[in-house]
Ligand binder design. Structure first.
Ligand code: 5AD
Length: 354
């Protein structure tokens, strides 16, 4: 396939996704990187990732911290989260992401609300207060509102797959795991005023090139200001892996991960796109390659080391954690001390000076 023949409709996107020609894939990633630099600038923004707990009420068939898996569980104390957020402030990361398994108990909800207020009041020196993104799954509208009022302004909730049939295949068949419930949660977040980010896994069993094209069109239709999508990495003990359902090789999943970033950058030039952690599992330079394919956000993991190893969504021995010198070494400027909201969301809010 030739880059000049690429069209950004469903058919064209699916053809680009299915094309395994390395020269085409490299040209596509380079073109997307140019569009990124021209549209949102050369900087990469940082989100210090704090994995707050691996306890989860959900039982997703692909996930290594699913409810029914036997693994050591942990939960960071409020003090530990605050200390970790302070590290993000000291290092001028600009923002943190608080991510964890889905929990709906009152103790957890209250803890997050208190933490949001405490993190907002951390003195960051010259910088604005830390921006806070939450990634804590599906919650009621009231809880989303409570957290928004307490200081969270971005929320990540992946749709996981925009194809309801595929979604059903990779989740238990019950109301807690219903596709419509997840979609409604995404729209609730948006209505409340969050910058609501989404994303999907790439290279899942049963997933077709058309499914991946539809994921990209879903982000466009939802008008997502930010997207974090990454390769599926099988965890040895999950039902999806144990079912023996085939999925693309590690090499293909990595190439697909980069290609999806590149295609999305062409489709939605002014949004934030994260180089997902899952890329780093497949290639030690995955993060940098994601940026060079059009991503402009990276999420250095600042979770205390002991707990980080327990947040085992998939096998992730090789994680490069919080060091971002790989990017600096490549001459990629880092937007220290900035929230790095997407250009698209600032335009929507008519704010100058992004
Ligand atoms: N491979 C890749 N990503 C995974 N996630 C969960 N399990 C896996 C896996 N096996 C992702 C989901 C979830 C995010 C926190 O981690 O997309 O939204």
């Amino acid at each position: 396939m030739n880059l000049s023949a690429l069209t950004l409709d469903r058919e064209g996107l699916a053809a680009a996704i299915a094309c395994e020609d390395a020269a085409f894939e490299a040209a596509l990633c380079e073109a997307a990187y140019r569009v990124k630099v021209e549209t949102v600038g050369p900087e990469v923004y940082l989100r210090g990732l704090i994995e707050i707990s691996n306890r989860c009420v959900k039982d997703c068939l692909y996930c290594g911290i699913r409810r029914d898996i036997r693994c050591p569980r942990y939960e960071l104390s409020e003090e530990e989260v605050l200390t970790t957020a302070m590290i993000a402030a000291e290092r001028h990361f600009g923002s943190v992401v608080i991510q964890g398994g889905e929990r709906t108990d009152a103790a957890f909800i209250g803890k997050i609300t208190r933490l949001l207020k405490a993190i907002k009041s951390i003195d960051t020196g010259e910088d604005p207060p830390l921006g806070i993104t939450l990634s804590l799954g599906e919650q009621s509208r009231e809880i989303y509102e409570e957290w928004f009022d307490a200081g969270a302004h971005r929320y990540l909730l992946r749709i996981e797959s925009s194809n309801p049939d595929l979604y059903r295949k990779i989740h238990p068949d019950d109301p807690l795991h219903a596709y419509d419930r997840r979609l409604q949660a995404l729209y609730n977040l948006k209505e409340i005023g969050y910058q609501a980010g989404t994303g999907a896994m790439i290279g899942l069993p049963f997933q077709t090139a058309e499914d991946l094209a539809d994921d990209l069109l879903f982000y466009k239709e939802f008008d997502a200001p930010m997207v974090g999508m990454g390769p599926y990495n099988p965890h040895p003990e999950t039902p999806l892996t144990l079912s023996g359902a085939p999925y693309p090789s590690a090499e293909r999943r990595f190439a697909l991960g980069l290609k999806m970033i590149a295609l999305l950058r062409l489709l939605m030039p002014d949004i934030n796109i994260a180089a997902a952690t899952a890329l780093e599992i497949l290639d030690p330079r995955g993060r940098e390659k994601g940026v060079l394919s059009g991503a402009n956000v990276v999420m250095p993991n600042i979770t205390p080391q002991e707990q980080m190893t327990k947040y085992n969504l998939y096998d992730r021995k090789t994680l490069n954690a919080s060091d971002v010198s790989d990017l600096a070494d490549k001459g990629i400027p880092i937007g220290y001390g900035r929230w790095g909201d997407s250009l698209s969301s600032l335009r929507a809010a008519c704010l100058p000076g992004w």
